[in-house]
Design a protein around this ligand. Structure first.
Ligand code: ZN
Ligand code: ZN
Length: 240
C-alpha cells in the first residue's frame, strides 16, 4: 500500500525548507507519485513567505508539471483556541487545500482542554481540509470529540510521517489517533511534510502503522489521485 499524492510538502518559499517546486516535482515523479500539495507556512511563522505567495498561486502554477498534479495550498497557523487562522478568507477560499496546524511560535496551548478546543473550532471552518500533525504536540486532546467532529465536517486527520521522528510521545499519539479514526470512520491523509526534495513521498513510518492496525484503505483520501481530486471537488461544491 502506498499513496499517490503527498498532501503536505514545503518548498524553499518557507525558508527552513530547501527545495524548489520544480525539484519537488522531479523527485515525486521519480518515486512514482501522481500528485503533490505545495503547502508552505502561512505568514505568522517567522520562516514563511509573504501573503502574496498564497494570493498569487492559483492560475500562476500549472496544474500539472511534468505529469505530476500540483495542488496549491497552505499550512495555516492556528492562532488561538477559537481556531483563528493567519490567512484571510479571500485567500483560504481560492486554495486547493488548506492544512491547519499548531506551531508553538504562533500558539502554545497550555492544557489539553485548550488544545482540544482549538481543534474543535477548526472543524467549524469550511475552508480547512486537513488537521495537520495533531499528534505531534506535547499535549494530547480529546480524540473522540475532535475526530467525530472531523468526520461530520468531511475533513481529514493528517497522519504525518515526520511526527514519528519527533520522539516517542508523538508516535504513541499518532497510533491512538489512527485507531480512533478507524473506530469512528473518519477520513485521513498520509503525508511526508517534506522540507527537502529528498523527503517527498517518504511515508514509511505512517504506512507501517496503518498496516499494523489494518486501517481501512477506503478512508485514506490520498491513496489515489482520482480519490483525492474527487474529494476536493466535492468539498468545494458543498461549500458553494
Ligand atoms: Zn507544521
Ligand atoms: Zn509542514
Amino acid at each position: 500500500m502506498n499513496i499517490q499524492v503527498d498532501t503536505h510538502t514545503h518548498t524553499n518559499a518557507s525558508t527552513h525548507a530547501y527545495g524548489t517546486l520544480w525539484e519537488n516535482v522531479k523527485i515525486a515523479k521519480e518515486k512514482g507519485l501522481k500528485g503533490i500539495c505545495m503547502t508552505n507556512h502561512a505568514p505568522n511563522l517567522p520562516d514563511s513567505p509573504h501573503l502574496w505567495h498564497f494570493d498569487n498561486l492559483i492560475g500562476t502554477i500549472p496544474e500539472v508539471i511534468d505529469g505530476v498534479r500540483v495542488f496549491c495550498g497552505a499550512e495555516a497557523n492556528i492562532l488561538d483556541s477559537n481556531g483563528t487562522l493567519d490567512l484571510p478568507e479571500n485567500i483560504l477560499s481560492i486554495l486547493d487545500v488548506v492544512i491547519a496546524s499548531v506551531h508553538i511560535p504562533c500558539f502554545n496551548p497550555m492544557t489539553e482542554e485548550e488544545y482540544t478546543k482549538s481543534w474543535l473550532s477548526v472543524t467549524q471552518n469550511p475552508y480547512v481540509t486537513i488537521l495537520g500533525h495533531t499528534g505531534r504536540f506535547r499535549l494530547g486532546y480529546d480524540h473522540e470529540a475532535v475526530i467525530s467532529a472531523v468526520r461530520d465536517a468531511n475533513q481529514c486527520i493528517e497522519i504525518n510521517n515526520h511526527s514519528f521522528v519527533c520522539g516517542q510521545k508523538p508516535a504513541v499519539h499518532c497510533r491512538e489517533i489512527a485507531l480512533t479514526c478507524k473506530k469512528l470512520g473518519a477520513k485521513i491523509v498520509v503525508s511526508s511534510d517534506a522540507h527537502t526534495p529528498f523527503a517527498i513521498g517518504e511515508t514509511e513510518h505512517a504506512m507501517q502503522l496503518l498496516e499494523e492496525i489494518k486501517f481501512p484503505e477506503e478512508l485514506i483520501m490520498n491513496l489515489t489521485l482520482d480519490r483525492f481530486s474527487q474529494y476536493l471537488k466535492e468539498r468545494k461544491e458543498h461549500r458553494s
